[in-house]
Write a protein that binds this ligand. Structure first.
Ligand code: AMP
Ligand code: MG
Length: 327
């Protein structure tokens, strides 16, 4: 089966074509254009959606060209229907709906967070992992039980990606800032004490953000280093508790922040202590991309018919723990 997946939840507009053969999936193409706000500023939803509209037709045609297929060859089209920024989500939905109605292709609305997890499982081979989803929109610890992903722990305020991006912007980086912070952190080993806040299975980052901003006036590298050490230690503590409680023997890290080497290093230590296998999604597919949406659409097509066009909504706050998974 051949699927097209469209991602447009926030900064990225991406289209991907995947081929599914039984349980195997092959990425034939994955093309992306990323909206970059001016230095020091966050995503402006209307500007991001304008970027997506302007780039959508080129991304789509490049993606089909790279995969060596025509629209008529597709068995389905899927799009990220939420969670995300309304104006951005609508661009992907409109593109998907137009293709589905004009070419009579079945259409599948997909939950973006489930997309991160399913592509992670395909690419890492993890079978029944405890999942750490750390991105711009999510910070969650998840375990699968009775056809649904259950939230074991999550952030009580901002996400790990927002913590890094908001801090990075305050010292002049352009969003997304995770990689810049990682690089600057590697130039320091001087730990400055910062607030550490784990509450039960949950974490809270807003106090840490304010405190790190004040440290940065003395030394930006020390602030970056201390921020990473503190935030990742908090995450590691929550993961360690979740591994003990759920007795899972696998940990899989997905989402844009999964690209961070120091985070992986700390989580690998946790896994060693708990005799659990460690999986991290490959760097290229850690952030938002069409492949995540395409693969999830292809999985859904095993058990569901495409959605009627009048039900192809977008839902800005669609939580992944409300999605029933039957495949
Ligand atoms: P996503 O929403 O899944 O596309 O993830 C985007 C988030 O990943 C942003 O907050 C980025 O700052 C963050 N990110 C990307 N690369 C890195 C990195 N190397 N270290 C930490 N965070 C990163
Ligand atoms: Mg994401």
């Amino acid at each position: 089966m051949l699927g097209l997946g469209i991602e447009s939840t926030a900064h990225t507009f991406s289209c991907a074509v995947l081929e599914k053969n039984g349980k195997k999936g092959k990425i034939l193409s994955d093309v992306r254009k990323i909206y970059r706000p001016p230095d020091g500023e966050g995503i402006h939803p209307r500007e991001a959606s304008r970027h997506h509209i302007e780039n959508s037709s080129t991304v789509l045609s490049d993606c089909l060209h790279e995969a060596g297929i025509k629209i008529q060859d597709l068995d389905l089209v899927s799009y990220a229907a939420g969670p995300g920024l309304g104006p951005c989500l609508r661009v992907g939905a409109v593109v998907a709906r137009s293709l589905a109605s004009y070419y009579k292709i079945p259409i599948y609305p997909v939950n973006h967070a489930i997309g991160h997890i399913e592509l992670g499982k395909l690419l890492t081979g993890a079978q029944n992992p405890l999942v750490l989803l750390v991105s711009g929109g999510h910070t969650m610890l998840l375990a699968f039980l009775n056809k649904q992903w259950r939230v074991f722990g999550e952030t009580l305020d901002i996400t790990l990606g927002q913590l890094l991006d908001q801090f990075g912007r305050s010292i002049g980086f352009a969003s997304p800032c995770g990689k810049n912070i990682e690089d600057l952190a590697a130039t320091s080993t001087n730990y400055v004490s910062l607030p550490y806040s784990v509450k039960g299975n949950d974490v809270s980052f807003s106090g840490l953000l304010s405190a790190t901003k004040s440290v940065s006036s003395k030394s930006k590298p020390d602030a970056c280093f201390s921020l990473q050490e503190t935030a990742f230690a908090m995450i590691s503590e929550a993961v360690e508790r979740a591994l003990s409680f759920t007795r899972k023997k696998e940990l899989m890290v997905v989402g844009g922040v999964a690209a961070n080497k120091r985070l992986s290093e700390m989580l690998q230590d946790v896994c060693k202590r708990h005799n659990a296998k460690f999986f991290v999604v490959p760097l290229k597919f850690a952030g938002d991309c069409g492949s995540q949406i395409c693969w999830t659409g292809l999985l859904e097509s095993q058990v569901k018919k495409g959605a009627p066009l009048e039900n192809t909504f977008v839902t800005q706050s669609w939580r992944l723990d409300t999605v029933k998974i039957d495949y």
